[in-house]
Design a protein around this ligand. Structure first.
Ligand code: ADP
Ligand code: MG
Ligand code: ZN
Length: 609
């Protein structure tokens, strides 16, 4: 964009150069090759009878002598040639002897160059501003330019590219949401059916769900299947450098939409504009507020028979202004959740379509191993597996690549080049063996799937564990077991080496955070069913959320005590388990140093012995 402006400026500058070159070239001064003489010398020549012919054009006198040589002279304007010559002492007869022609005053080059030289800069400036203005619009809209919403129109208006077409069949694992959305689309297709029953068509539908579950994807499917115009805009696009642009874009967007009824407006990432309105912080908020107010005003302004449905997506519904959620606005909420096993399998199937799968590939097993993965994670997983297969120059994706991709998506790529020294390897092995052994020994802990001391992403080694069964809620016993498992790495190092390393830093951080949540969020400590520090506010300067203390200093100290107690208890559990099975711990660590990675089956084999 910037480049383009620069190019245009250079172009205009060049045309300036060319024009001025033309000016100089055709300048009368340069053009005149004829000799210019004074009136007195011309008169003299006339008296000597050497002039044959004179042409007069305005004040310009062109004289041709007997040899055909032309000379040019100028007379005073308003005075006739006769009088002028007489004044120089040329006699009447001598004048009559010359062939004099009076010509229409020729508009010399100078005649039109002069006004042109005045107008041309104006034209060039106008051109210049036109180019700049066109660029500022960025190709979108037209008319008011950037004040208009950069909404994209799909559906009836312009066809989406074929490769981008998404249908409801391309989305899996969110059946309820799909059904709900299909119903909404039906409102638009058959409004009469609902209106005769006096039903009010929902104005706003809010798609809520964690990132990557397919909210945007679902909206795109609606765009494709609804067969009505579909305006799509991302929340952050409303917010610009200039205050007021957002509100103005909103107005333009709704105005345009009203012309295209029935239609759908999709606002993606609504939280970017719809953040809770908080008094007095930063200018960005005022802009948000204006934009939001405009949206609310537009939605309230809909007539009963307005056939516009507003679809919006957000992954932070709690940060939305309650005003947005009032009936008559976004009165329907469609929740998209992380997919369960069945959903994950279907999503994997969708993304494996068109990719060559080896007979060893078992999608159902991959689905089992990936609780907590979103649709986007699964899409990423399949893609990573394909890349991995290509790297190995294999023809089809096999189970090995699929399983390896799970860890890659979870923890980042393996860092085989990150070589550990023998000592580091051993410490790492005992650390991970500690985690694994504790997990295997505690009944409420998750199941160990894989142990590895190959560095991956930020982790020097890792123990992959998953819940035995998928579930939505977690109990206190499970949390306590999780805490103990987290601390078991640290404990294993301490018991074995009587020394600590930095390798446990991440575990300790997670454990402390979890322990604090147990006390302040889940009501699992001595305080009973009370939560602490719920009031959240924007910090003064940044965007960070800050939790405001809504409890006394005394309580704060007690909370700290409770957190420390949880940690201490968890450590005690870990110490108890690991001292009891010291020999087993050493055996697991030894195998780990040798093989670097132990899979679930092998691990179970070792602890059975
Ligand atoms: P978000 O909910 O954050 O808007 P997206 O809709 O952008 O998530 O999803 C990102 C990508 O993840 C999609 O393009 C698609 O490839 C994949 N994906 C997410 N959810 C699903 C799903 N339910 N079914 C199939 N693919 C999905
Ligand atoms: Mg999205
Ligand atoms: Zn650890």
């Amino acid at each position: 964009m910037k480049n383009k402006v620069l190019k245009n400026i250079i172009l205009i500058f060049l045309s300036f150069l060319v024009i001025s070159a033309v000016f100089t070239l055709f300048n009368p001064q340069t053009l005149q090759k004829n000799k210019e003489v004074s009136l007195s010398s011309l008169s003299q020549e006339i008296t000597q009878s050497s002039i044959k012919e004179i042409r007069v054009a305005g004040d310009k006198i062109t004289a041709t002598d007997n040899q055909g040589q032309k000379t040019i002279s100028r007379k005073e304007s308003g005075v006739s040639l006769n009088e002028t010559l007489k004044g120089y002492g040329v006699s009447e007869d001598q004048i009559k002897a010359i062939n004099i022609t009076i010509e229409e005053e020729k508009q010399g080059l100078m005649g039109w160059l002069l006004p042109l030289s005045l107008i041309l800069p104006v034209i060039i400036f106008a051109l210049f501003f036109w180019v700049i203005a066109r660029q500022a619009k960025g190709g979108g809209g037209g008319g008011l330019g950037f004040l208009k919403a950069p909404a994209k129109l799909f559906g009836d208006g312009k066809e989406e590219k074929k490769t981008e077409k998404v249908s409801f069949d391309d989305i899996a694992g969110v059946e309820e949401a799909k059904d709900e959305i299909k119903e909404v689309v039906d409102f638009l297709k058959n409004p009469k059916k609902y209106q005769t029953l006096g039903a009010r068509i929902p104005r706003g539908v809010l798609l809520v769900g964690p990132p990557g579950v397919g909210k945007t994807l679902l909206a795109r499917a609606v765009a494709n299947e609804a067969k009505v115009p579909f305006f799509s805009i991302v929340g952050s696009e409303f917010i610009e450098l200039f205050v007021g642009v957002g509100a103005s874009r909103t107005r333009a967007l709704f105005l345009e939409a009203k012309k295209h009824q029935p239609c759908i407006i999709f606002i993606d990432e609504l939280d970017a504009i719809g953040k809770m309105r908080m008094p007095g912080v930063g200018g960005g908020h005022e802009e948000r507020e204006q934009t939001l107010n405009q949206i609310l005003a537009e939605m309230d302004g809909f007539e009963r028979d307005t056939n516009i449905i507003i679809l919006a997506a957000t992954n932070k519904p709690e940060s939305l202004d309650p005003a947005l959620l009032r009936p008559g606005r976004f009165d329907r909420r469609v929740v998209l959740d992380l997919p369960d096993v069945k959903g994950r399998e279907e999503i994997l199937q969708i993304h494996c379509k068109g990719k060559p799968l080896d007979t060893s590939a078992k999608i159902s097993e991959v689905a089992e191993r990936t609780p907590g993965f979103s649709g986007a994670d699964l899409a990423n997983l399949v893609n990573e597996a394909a890349i991995l297969t290509a790297k190995k120059n294999k023809a089809a994706i096999s189970q090995t690549e699929l399983l390896e991709s799970i860890e890659k998506v979870l923890l980042g790529p393996e860092r085989k080049s990150h070589l550990l020294s023998e000592k580091e390897k051993e410490i790492s092995a005992f650390h991970e063996a500690g985690h694994a052994l504790a997990a295997a020994s505690l009944p409420h802990a998750e199941e160990v799937r894989k142990i590895s001391i190959v560095a991956r992403g930020m982790a020097a080694g890792y123990t992959l564990s998953l819940p035995k069964k998928e579930k939505r809620i977690k109990t206190k016993s499970e949390f306590l077991a999780e805490l103990a498992v987290l601390l078991a790495g640290y404990t294993a190092e301490r018991l074995t080496y009587k020394e600590l390393s930095t390798g446990a830093a991440n575990d300790l951080e997670k454990a402390s955070e979890l322990a604090r949540d147990l006390v302040t969020k889940y009501g699992m400590a001595k305080f009973g069913p009370i939560v602490f520090g719920t009031r959240e506010s924007m910090s003064f300067l940044g965007w960070e959320q800050e939790t405001e203390k809504n409890y006394s200093e005394k309580t704060a100290a007690e909370i700290d005590e409770e957190v420390a107690k949880f940690i201490k208890e968890a450590e005690n559990t870990a110490v108890r388990v690991l001292t009891q099975k010291k020999a087993l711990l050493a055996r697991i660590a030894k195998v780990l140093v040798e093989k670097e990675t132990i899979e679930k089956e092998e691990f179970e084999e070792i602890i059975k012995k």
